[in-house]
Design a protein around this ligand. Sequence first.
Ligand SMILES: NC(=O)c1ccc[n+]([C@@H]2O[C@H](COP(=O)([O-])OP(=O)(O)OC[C@H]3O[C@@H](n4cnc5c(N)ncnc54)[C@H](O)[C@@H]3O)[C@@H](O)[C@H]2O)c1
Length: 342
Amino acid sequence: MNHKYRVGIIGTGGIARTHARGYRSLDSAELVAGADISQSAIDNFAAEFEIAGRYTDLDEMLKKENLDIVSVCTWPGTHSPATVAAAQAGVKAILCEKPMAVSLGQADAMVEACEQNGTKLAIGHHHRFNSCNTEARRLIAAGAIGQPTLVHSRSGGGLSNNGTHAIDRMRYWLGDPDTEWVIGQVERRTDRYERAEPIEDLCVGIIGFTGGTRGILESDTPASDAPDVGTLIYGTEGMLKISGNSLYAQNAEGAGWRQLDVPQDTNQFVELIGWIEGKNEHRNQAKHGRAVVEIMMAIYESARTKGLVRLPLETKDSPLVMMIEDGTLAVEKDGKYDIRLN
Ligand SMILES: NC(=O)c1ccc[n+]([C@@H]2O[C@H](COP(=O)([O-])OP(=O)(O)OC[C@H]3O[C@@H](n4cnc5c(N)ncnc54)[C@H](O)[C@@H]3O)[C@@H](O)[C@H]2O)c1
């Protein structure tokens, strides 16, 4: 084909390189520009990927480069304004890294700007393209474990950092059910941040999905001597286990845990092009990223209001930030630190 989609990346650090390689692997896309607030970050990136368009001001890039696709690879707190700016510049599609946003209000602003400008928005929850996860979703839909009753996951490094993947995986396996309620608990005794945003020391959440399945997420709970068995998905007629890149089943089809063959899946960049060209939906389209933000914020809101939170969540600001600011989550050990940035 002659036409190549013009791609620009906002935030040219670590994950931007994965995006750059993803676009490079496509015949139909050409990486033409990048923008970063750090001069050295954009200079290094532009040299590595041999792109002429290098900017320290994303608005200038959006104005000059006539982009079709933008990847937002900045820190979480800037995903929303960067996405809104790209949508308002009229790009066809945006792939924004996870977490979609750090408040429900920010996520809604992204959805609204993209709807108003006809921009397709996908979120980088790329675990949906892990072949094991896709096969688990297919098996559950096919009734391989009967009615799913419970999903238990452990995660670490902050709810908004890795917990966002864990919740997104739960929804993906279960066929993206709505959420009826959330109850959770949050501890933040240290002044902990992740890529410039405040995070908790630890939290837990129980998620009540429509249809009756429960999700239990432990995030940064103390390490125990219990073996890490990955994630277990329980059903009325069996269980699935996902550990690393392997999928196991235990059901009426055989004795004990059986490792399953898993067909190879596609990737989020290929699916983005297909979505632009009207072939299908994107499995990471914004409504799923927003659903995850809503659940994460509902865990915080449950801690703030000391009770069960029924969705839809009305609170648009981050309840975590509200609890930090009003002293509910008072730091007991002084010294702000960021687990990712120096
Ligand atoms: N999907 C995944 O598995 C995965 C893996 C790693 C990181 N991520 C996500 O990607 C995002 C970036 O993480 P990273 O590890 O690449 O961080 P990073 O620090 O390596 O890179 C981020 C870059 O964004 C730049 N930046 C910050 N604010 C900006 C702004 N307003 N405008 C332009 N540039 C700005 C920084 O200068 C930096 O160069 C985070 O949201 C992170 O959670 C996702």
